[in-house]
Design a protein around this ligand. Structure first.
Ligand SMILES: [Zn+2]
Length: 442
């Protein structure tokens, strides 16, 4: 009963924030209070934090209550397993895991308060986007992501049910579905909205193209993307290829839930009430971009304190976006581990994607190889499955060479390495970039 009241209290404060009824100053006071509460909660409930927070080895923080508190890293989570959890498993709502593709899987249980507080943001975002595109919730939706041990399918399935959006689960990687069947059902059932990764949206488009069907001729009129890096250029590219409105579904993870949700203007807005956000400066990089570090304020199954997400991000005021949201905008630049040094300069994954997509009209897929030239300087080879529009290959080459400041080769191909299709579930870099300069990379 006490927990139900707590859930209600949280949902009311989220609704007030989403409706613009909470002044920023009040929000900060409430967050201070919730920070004190969550620190007490994890210290008493989580065996890991009971020990970990006794250290004062962390960096400075703009939030006085977090100042000096140790960070929580992904390797901490892999090392401690279930000891990080703050609730016993018979009191959670459901259990997920990280995919384990970048290391050992870690447990990601969610309590009902986690599901509801995270879902409230996703639900409002989905409702606004559907209202804008369709003017109704009655738009058949394909939820195209993994389901077992993975929150994605449940999150969107529940929200579709709550909003009365009809849906079908079509994960093309599932042995029961596959790309061909997914493509067939989308056309046959009249699916008008897809929720998938950018890689799946492109793979599906290439499949249609290969059987002589223009993706823009299918019933699909809206695509919500998630699960991997997606630059504004990629959103526009997918929109153009499909003749559909394309925006972010959400940004988040199994560990951190829905950290931000997409709006009709193609931006991501932070789930403000649920997190304290720090942007940790990175050596040798522009100070406005840093590693996203989250303190989860919701007293659920596994709140994390000063969790280093490994993603590069920056925050902008809500007013930067014209959609009317009261939450700040979050821009993601890819994983810190995927930053590459090219021609002596550090380059974000997002910068590579934006540059590559900028040289063609429609890019159905791309891959970038980085090699050492004969004289020891870096060289880039970009392979595109693309329609170049008015631009020639040599113009594309010159544009990219000017941006990266190294020699660039560009070639057009119909077939790309198969790992560009779904490798993005492992990492954007694994799927798109082959770095031949270090033997370890391959
Ligand atoms: Zn917006």
């Amino acid at each position: 009963m006490i927990r139900e009241l707590l859930n209600q209290e949280w949902l009311i404060s989220i609704a007030e924030h989403l409706n613009g009824q909470t002044e920023w100053g009040v929000m900060r006071q409430v967050q201070d209070l919730r920070t004190q509460e969550i620190l007490k909660y994890v210290e008493s409930q989580s065996p890991f934090y009971g020990e970990h927070l006794r250290n004062r080895t962390g960096g400075d923080s703009e939030f006085a209550l977090l100042h000096g508190l140790p960070y929580t890293t992904k390797s901490d989570l892999r090392a401690v397993g279930t000891a990080v959890c703050s609730l016993p498993f018979n009191r959670i709502a459901t259990y997920y895991e990280t995919t384990g593709t970048t290391g050992k899987s870690t447990p990601c249980p969610r309590a009902s308060i986690d599901v509801e507080t995270s879902g409230a943001y996703v639900q409002q975002a989905v409702q606004k986007v559907y209202q804008s595109t369709f003017g109704t919730m009655q738009a058949l939706t394909a939820i195209m992501g993994p389901s077992e041990l993975y929150a994605f399918g449940d999150t969107y399935g529940e929200i579709c049910r709550n909003l009365g959006i009809p849906f079908v689960r079509l994960w093309p990687e599932s042995p029961r579905v596959g790309l061909e069947k997914a493509a067939h059902l989308i056309a046959e059932l009249g699916v008008s909205s897809l929720i998938c990764s950018p890689a799946v949206a492109l793979a599906l488009a290439r499949f249609y193209k290969s059987i002589g069907v223009e993706p823009s001729g299918t019933p699909v009129k809206q695509i919500l993307v998630l699960g991997e890096l997606c630059t504004p250029e990629m959103l526009s590219n997918i929109s153009l290829i499909w003749g559909a409105h394309c925006t972010h579904g959400l940004y988040g993870s199994q560990e951190t839930h829905a950290v931000a949700t997409g709006c009709t203007h193609g931006n991501l807005h932070l789930s403000e009430t649920n997190y304290l956000v720090e942007i940790l400066p990175q050596e040798g990089m522009d100070s406005s971009v840093g590693e996203l570090c989250l303190t989860m304020l919701v007293p659920g199954a596994k709140p994390l304190i000063r969790f280093r997400t490994g993603d590069l991000a920056s925050l902008y005021p809500a007013s930067v976006c014209g959609c009317g949201s009261h939450s700040r905008c979050l821009r993601i630049f890819g994983r810190a581990d995927d930053v590459m040094t090219i021609g002596g300069r550090k380059v974000f994954p997002a910068t590579i994607e934006s540059a590559v997509l900028g040289v063609a009209d429609c890019v159905w897929g791309y891959q970038v190889d980085v090699r050492l030239g004969k004289d020891g300087t870096d060289e880039i080879e970009v392979t595109l499955a693309a329609e170049m529009g008015n631009r020639s290959i040599s113009q594309a080459r010159e544009l990219l060479a000017a941006q990266f400041n190294v020699p660039v080769q560009v070639s057009l191909q119909n077939q790309l390495d198969p790992r560009t299709e779904t490798g993005a579930y492992i990492s954007w870099k694994y799927a798109r970039i082959r770095d031949w300069r270090s033997s370890h990379d391959q």
